[in-house]
Design a protein around this ligand. Sequence first.
Ligand SMILES: *Cc1c(COP(=O)(O)O)cnc(C)c1O
Length: 516
Amino acid sequence: MAMNSTGRPTAPAQPLDPGADLQTFSGSRGLAQVEPLLHKVGSPEKCGVDLADVPNHTARLGNLKRQNPVDLPGLSEPEAMRHYVRLSQRNYAIDLGLYPLGSCTMKHNPRLNEKLARLPGFADVHPLQPQSTVQGALALMDELSHWLMAITGMDAVALSPKAGAHGEWCGMMCIRAAIEERGELGKRRRVLVPQSAHGTNPATAAACGFDIDELPADATGRVDMEVLRRKIGPDVAAIMLTNPNTCGLFERDIREIADLVHEAGGYFYCDGANLNAIMGKTRVRDLGVDAMHINLHKTFSTPHGGGGPGAGPVVLSKRLRNYAPVPYLVRDGQSLALVEDEAQSEAKPFGRMSAFHGQMGMFVRALAYMMSHGSDGLRRVSEDAVLNANYLLARLSDEMSPAYPGVCMHEALFDDDFLKDTGVTTLDFAKAMIDEGYHPMTMYFPLVVHGAMLIEPTETESKESLDRFADTLLALAKAAKSGAAARFTEAPLLAPLRRLDETRAARSPVLRWQET
Ligand SMILES: *Cc1c(COP(=O)(O)O)cnc(C)c1O
């Protein structure tokens, strides 16, 4: 048993739960509380507050009065509280441990950001308030825009997109509008997308009415330039390229790629989800980019996961800035104003993407993150993110198989070569990580690598945390190679739920609660 200097045990004697077979009477397992569905905790007859009957009133709803009960479970405050806290305890979170999900940049969300986002001047404003009463909020959006343009060197920014994929749509619609204005929409139909791209890239191009043409990767995991040169032509509308790409590698030929696309009359859309690797080091403008989304919820630490609100502002080059959607901010003398109406615009907005101006709460958090780091701090963020990923790449290479030789950017990519003939798959390996208390890395993505495992530690992990993670993965890799396949194929053994039928859950989700 591991002991500290005062003789206290610091780790359990047994590596696996010795009480795994113990059936408890309550259904809870120690601190893991059993929790039924909300509809079983509360009931429609119950009410969480005591309200006196309203004397002598006549309903003014007429025949709009509800005939049937709403059938929502009534709950007291502690019941509601416990329900969600208990469920949260069965889940994984960045506040609980390292979250190595590649390409997702799961970094710590500083609490300072939360404090500022809750200031009533930001949290309690309404998007339909007169603009003269929200000048502070507009000034914050203006300042955020300046930071985003300074970081990327780009000419304009559209703030309203609410996620990376939404930003892609915004950028590609700007490109479409520019092509349409040139009268070339009929003949410029092809969008080049590398095979390693995030699925949202081809989906966006298709949603904008383009045809997708796949670009293979070369032996180093980057765009195959020979194929690209062959494919480029006057019918190319754009290329959608991620840099660093989803193999965690810098596209070294990016300048040449941009030039080739521009010479052919096309546009360069850059997927900026991996900005955390190059922020403050590489100016996006210098790469020849025409449009790029920035996932504030990745690079700038606004919370994400579980479908929470994101924000995907899009920076635009001079060639595209005119097509940015409404609403957008303009300075009007001393004050700021949102241009809401396409007809009022002096530019040529392609349209509107959402009811209002974007995710205010995320804007506040992102700007708080930027200002608390400063420009030197933001550069340091990307340096440390890359350092941490390379530290893991170097340590894990002892037992695991890197997909490509050499150093990486902000994420380390492995293939399943090290699991060959062990009877353990990438999926099994990931499930065994759950037993070890870790959220698995990104699996089977990018598609260009067999059995891919994509690990992104981010800059907010300490060396101790990285070492503990690396030690665990190395031990798992050794166990797989030494024939302990059952530990993997049965995993997770210690999670609240075992292996779920994820395909069935996705294909035929049960969205309505039913009494069984
Ligand atoms: C996360 C991500 C996206 C999509 O961003 P969302 O905010 O999830 O819509 C697109 N491309 C890459 C490379 C990503 O990692």
